[in-house]
Design a protein around this ligand. Structure first.
Ligand SMILES: CC(C)(COP(=O)(O)OP(=O)(O)OC[C@H]1O[C@@H](n2cnc3c(N)ncnc32)[C@H](O)[C@@H]1OP(=O)(O)O)[C@@H](O)C(=O)NCCC(=O)NCCS
Length: 319
């Protein structure tokens, strides 16, 4: 068995097979178009690949995708060393081939391949099938708690200093504090826009409007959000809240934006830095739940890259 990078034609062949798994709400043609459109997005063009595990005769046994993702290693002196990490998505084995260890072999060969890349730091994935299969290949699970907030009527601009627009993602991202941990992943503006591109694709199928804003600021705090997939929800991609009152203002704006856009709720992935702030928001249409799927799991790709217990995995990193 060996690993190969798929050609465009092979990617299209995989799309036809993965439709049954990830094509909900779409016809096979619409799913093929979605995949093509997402692969054409600048973030994908800058570092997305599809990988195939092939048998000796060239037959494809399993596949997955990788997206190059920025990450930083903090030196003992405190400075940040940038590197490349890889977000792994769409691990797939055809039903008739499952249970033979092909996905595990794919993950192991892929790690060996990614370890050879210059500047490599770590791999991250978001498991929909629990931790066990990926733990076998050296991935370590991170906590996965979500906050669900009900929409509330009102002007989203009311509680905050400003609402952000999609064309302001880069500036807004620049306001966010880097996590104070020895290693972390950090998205680019194009990466965050890739999420919004998914929302642009799905808005028509969901019959809802795209949110008019992409986030908000309150004092030194910043939130970035969007419609990002096939659920009619306002998803928080990044949140840097510096006080409870600013966290409240930003999330109240999100709830109002969800209401204005006809979305069913706000979903926020809890990060270690949020933990002390969010319990104070409890009650009044706000609940904390164990996440269903999308369990973040991380594997260092070279010695010296730690996986800190408080490593943040914001929704903006998801693939
Ligand atoms: C998950 C998947 C890639 C596994 O492929 P595979 O080639 O059969 O994987 P392996 O043979 O290496 O490992 C199989 C293990 O995965 C586990 N697994 C498969 N589907 C699972 C699920 N839905 N929930 C929990 N575990 C699951 C099997 O129980 C088995 O575990 P075990 O060996 O400890 O008994 C394949 O089932 C698949 O394509 N599923 C649909 C797409 C999907 O969910 N992909 C994962 C996205 S994170």
């Amino acid at each position: 068995m060996h690993l190969v990078a798929a050609t465009e034609e092979q990617m299209v062949q995989r799309d036809a097979l993965t439709y049954s798994e990830w094509g909900k709400l779409l016809s096979p043609e619409e799913y093929a178009t979605r995949e093509k459109r997402l692969r054409a997005h600048p973030w994908s063009r800058s570092g997305m690949r599809t990988w195939l595990l092939c048998a000796g005769d060239g037959g494809v046994l399993a596949s997955c995708e990788t997206f190059r993702t920025g990450s930083f290693l903090r030196t003992d002196g405190g400075s940040l060393v940038p590197g490349d990490s890889f977000a792994i998505a769409s691990v797939f084995t055809e039903e008739r081939l499952r249970g033979h260890g092909y996905a595990t072999r794919l993950m192991d060969l892929l790690a060996t391949e990614l370890e050879l890349q210059p500047r490599t730091h770590a791999a991250i994935l978001f498991s929909d099938v629990g931790p066990r299969i990926y733990a076998r290949s050296g991935y370590q699970a991170l906590p996965a708690w979500d906050w669900h907030l009900s929409p509330t009527p009102g002007d989203p601009a009311g509680p905050v200093d400003s609402l952000l627009r999609e064309d302001g993602l880069a500036t807004a991202l620049g306001r966010l504090r880097h996590p104070d941990v020895p290693f972390f992943f950090w998205p680019t503006p194009a990466q965050l826009d890739w999420h919004l591109e998914r929302g642009r694709i799905y808005a028509r199928h969901l019959g809802c409007s795209l949110p008019a804003s992409a986030g908000a600021t309150a004092g030194a705090s910043t939130i970035l959000w969007g419609l990002v997939g096939r659920s009619p929800e306002l998803t928080v991609l990044m949140l840097d809240a510096r006080s409870t009152s600013e966290a409240w203002a930003l999330l109240e704006a999100a709830r109002r934006e969800a209401s204005r856009s006809g979305l069913s709720r706000v979903v926020l992935w809890e990060e270690p830095s949020h933990a002390p702030l969010l319990p104070l928001l409890k009650g009044g249409g706000t609940t904390r739940v164990a996440r269903d799927g999308s369990l973040p799991m991380v594997r260092p790709l070279r010695p010296g890259v730690p996986v800190p217990p408080l490593l943040p995995a914001p929704r903006g990193l998801w693939v």
